[in-house]
Design a protein around this ligand. Structure first.
Ligand code: ATP
Ligand code: MG
Length: 413
């Protein structure tokens, strides 16, 4: 893509409202723009990264047999009264009414809607199991929106719901989804821990959170230095140095960002909402449910908190907004610029997603923007272009080397 057509309003100065590095990078690189407290536009660069994260999630969930759908954000009060959450959810629920004074909310989560859909269409154990997910904008009137996309009032979530006829089947789905989540976070190159958690507003007895380890995390997790034991401290009062409750090792504390949360809901929604099926024995029973969320927009920041150098983004390979940034230092119409175009065509022909700086800006200004945007692989076509020599820089290790077109054709980006 030509950079002259990319809308990436980079900021030369450090924005005052940003307190954490990931937020600074996204604002300065022209990735996002604030609309109101906790409400953001994903500008083209930010949205490219979001779509890449979404596609990793889609791939891993489709791979275990889940199907994607898209439910409405506007949800009728009646459903929330049925589940008992219209009052219980409290002030976080964004409520509104239509011109006929019928009441609605903007979905903070979709257990009610999905349960009402499944109860209308699933009658027998033969129709089960089902695993349905969506990637959608959620609304929560957070008391304290902060850190940009980390705690928004409007944010993108992936929410998956499973419907089983037996507890064993739910247990199997839970483990499959847990593994898919591990794959997703591994592909995003994140360091994280899976911890036992409080089920909060969603409910159910059993839940685990995927905590991206990071000092700015709002949650504190306690983990054993010798075993897999790990839990959110809101669940148990554990201090650094305590013996681990599983009898193995001692407790250490760390800060984490909650990237995902998986729940065994059981019949918490299916019972009050009468989402039932006829089992093999001819009896009518409530469907056994699980629900599983990932904070897609929050992940954009969580990834950056672990992937930057010198205040600049170093995106993990799979989610860099573009794979390669090609920067000709000479103006259009010069032989060096034509060389740069040749590099672009050859790399595009190999299937790489390239950003080409065709703007008539000074080299200094092009480099400044390139640093603020932070595309992983950079090819500069400059002084030695006439000899067929270019500069290649990988932002991950900050090394610059001289390469020829043949070298570039052999490299993997
Ligand atoms: P938190 O404890 O951070 O408020 P939660 O337990 O309310 O999260 P869930 O209801 O489990 O979150 O939502 C699923 C996922 O959505 C979370 O794991 C998190 O990654 C993301 N998420 C939740 N609230 C927000 C928010 N206000 N802004 C951005 N992402 C969010
Ligand atoms: Mg919350």
């Amino acid at each position: 893509m030509k950079q002259s057509l990319l809308f990436a309003p980079t900021l030369r100065d450090m924005p005052k409202e940003a307190e954490v590095i990931s937020h600074k990078i996204l604002l300065r690189g022209g990735y996002i723009k604030q609309g109101a407290a906790g409400v953001y536009t994903y500008l083209p660069l930010g949205y490219r990264v979001i779509k890449k994260i979404e596609n990793i999630i889609r791939y891993e969930l489709d791979n275990i047999g889940c199907s994607e759908l898209l439910m409405p954000s506007l949800q009728s009060k009646d459903l929330w009264v049925e589940s008992g959450r219209w009052d219980a959810y409290g002030k976080e629920l964004m409520r509104l009414s239509d011109r006929h004074d019928r009441e609605f909310c903007l979905g903070p989560t979709h257990e009610e809607v999905i349960t009402s859909i499944v109860r209308d269409h699933v009658k027998s154990y033969k129709n089960l199991p089902l695993a349905l997910y969506q990637i959608q904008t959620k609304f929560r009137d957070e008391f304290r929106p902060r850190f940009g996309l980390m705690r928004g009032r409007e944010f993108i979530m992936k929410d998956l719901y499973t419907f089983s006829s037996t507890q064993e089947d739910l247990d199997e789905w839970y483990l499959k989804v847990r593994k898919a989540y591990q794959n997703i976070l591994d592909r995003l190159d994140l360091k994280y821990r899976i911890v036992r958690a409080d089920s909060g507003n969603i409910g159910g007895k059993n839940s685990e959170e995927f905590m991206v380890l990071c000092d700015i995390g709002e949650d504190t997790i306690a983990y054993s230095d010798e075993s897999e034991f790990a839990c959110n401290v809101e669940l148990m009062d554990l201090k650094e140095g305590d013996p681990s409750p599983d009898g193995k090792g001692t407790i250490k504390l760390a800060k984490g960002i909650e990237a995902g949360h998986i729940f065994k809901l059981g019949t918490k929604y299916s019972e009050p909402m009468k989402c039932v099926f006829v089992d093999k024995d001819g009896k009518s029973k409530p469907i056994i449910m699980g629900c599983y969320g990932i904070g897609v927009s929050r992940l954009l920041m969580a990834v950056l908190e672990q992937h930057y150098r010198d205040d600049k983004a170093v995106w993990p390979e799979e989610i860099s907004p573009f794979e390669i940034h090609i920067i000709p230092l000479d103006k259009e119409g010069t032989p060096a610029y034509d060389k740069a175009l040749e590099v672009l065509q050859k790399l595009e022909a190999k299937g790489y997603d390239c950003l080409f700086d065709d703007r008539g800006e000074s080299p200094g200004s092009k480099f400044k923007d390139a640093d603020l945007i932070g595309i992983r692989n950079r090819i500069v076509v400059g002084r030695k272009a006439s000899e067929g020599i270019f500069e290649y820089k990988n932002l991950a290790n900050d090394n610059t080397i001289e390469v020829t077109l043949d070298d570039l054709m052999e490299m993997e980006f």
